[in-house]
Design a protein around this ligand. Structure first.
Ligand SMILES: [Zn+2]
Length: 331
């Protein structure tokens, strides 16, 4: 880090099982760049204001707010900065989650129902699924002022740039400094493995949301090609040995999928398989479990270990005979 730069971590409470979220204040050459805003709760707002004050500024003195992805614990309070006239930056794919147009919420509900059906979730359980708008409870309705793409400068002097890291979310970005500081958000976490979460398509033929686990793996490999000295993460402590963590994340992904192989009998649905693996715990974190199961199955399909066919709207998975060419995908 250059000596005139200052990074302050702002740890905010969230209503989610993950616990606190880390926002960051990057102060450099007259700029006060806030990375993420926390969830939309009074408690998070008060904590954020207090943290900024300790760093010597008030919220309206933030020169830009950069959102790393659309999840409520990160983007929930962006609208407050809209109201203060602070420009809000993020990947273009974050826009519908901030703007929350009626049509997006309506297609979201249809998407959830269709998805659950394709997983083989019985009708009586599908009827209990939360609505799309209730999932956005802690994400205030706001506005994206400026779009950020791969390579775009985040600081005025261009020492920090955007690196697109889709997987955990399709709009996930990191911010990489020339000195090797990475704001990794939820792409890399020291203690937990981020789930590649399922999202509704944003347009006809949107391939970005099809198999998020494959994008997540690509984004991990992509980071292997960058020099990162320290990664500041969305939850928990920073990561100092990024290459080793990436290695273990790649191995974990592979292990989680292959361990499951022996449980896959011909034409099994995702829901049936989840029942075998999670049992009663399935109820507790249903949407997360669905995303995680889909990630494991997508991984196995992509590496040629199983095949998938849709029968009456339900995805059915069948093991394939072991071939020498297995594991074509992730290594
Ligand atoms: Zn997230």
């Amino acid at each position: 880090m250059k000596s005139n730069e200052q990074v302050t971590v702002l740890k905010l409470p969230t209503p989610f099982p993950v616990g606190d979220v880390n926002c960051y204040l990057l102060q450099t050459a007259g700029e006060n760049i806030l990375i993420d805003s926390g969830p939309d709760t009074e408690e998070a707002w008060e904590t954020l204001v207090r943290g900024l004050k300790q760093a010597g500024i008030s919220p309206h003195e933030v020169t830009k707010l950069v959102l790393t992805h659309h999840h409520a614990d990160h983007a929930g309070q962006a609208y407050r900065f809209n109201e203060l006239g602070v420009p809000v930056y993020g990947h273009p794919r974050i826009r519908p989650y901030l703007e929350q147009e009626e049509a997006f919420l309506a297609t979201g509900d249809e998407f959830l129902q269709r998805l659950a059906k394709s997983f083989g979730v019985p009708e009586e359980i599908r009827a209990l699924l939360p609505s799309y708008s209730s999932a956005l409870k802690w994400l205030g309705r706001g506005r994206l002022d400026h779009e950020l793409h791969e390579g775009d400068a985040v600081t005025a002097d261009g020492t920090y740039r955007v690196i697109e890291l889709p997987g955990h979310a399709s709009d996930q970005i990191g911010i990489l400094g020339s000195s090797g500081i990475l704001f990794a958000a939820d792409h890399l976490l020291a203690r937990v493995e981020p789930n590649p979460l399922l999202e509704q398509p944003q347009f006809e033929g949107d391939t970005q949301v099809k198999r998020p686990v494959l994008q997540y793996i690509e984004s991990l490999k992509r980071l292997q090609g960058e020099t990162v000295q320290i990664a500041y993460t969305g939850h928990g402590e920073p990561i100092r040995d990024v290459p080793t963590l990436i290695e273990s994340r790649l191995l974990q992904r592979k292990a989680r999928s292959t361990q499951m192989l022996k449980l896959i009998h011909p034409k099994i649905s995702l829901f049936e398989l989840a029942g075998i693996i999670y049992g009663k715990r399935l109820k507790k974190s249903f949407p997360l479990v669905m995303s995680e199961m889909k990630a494991r199955l997508d991984y196995l399909v992509a590496s040629g270990r199983i095949e998938v066919a849709k029968v009456d709207g339900v995805l059915r998975y069948t093991p394939l005979a072991e071939k020498g060419t297995a594991d074509a995908i992730p290594e």
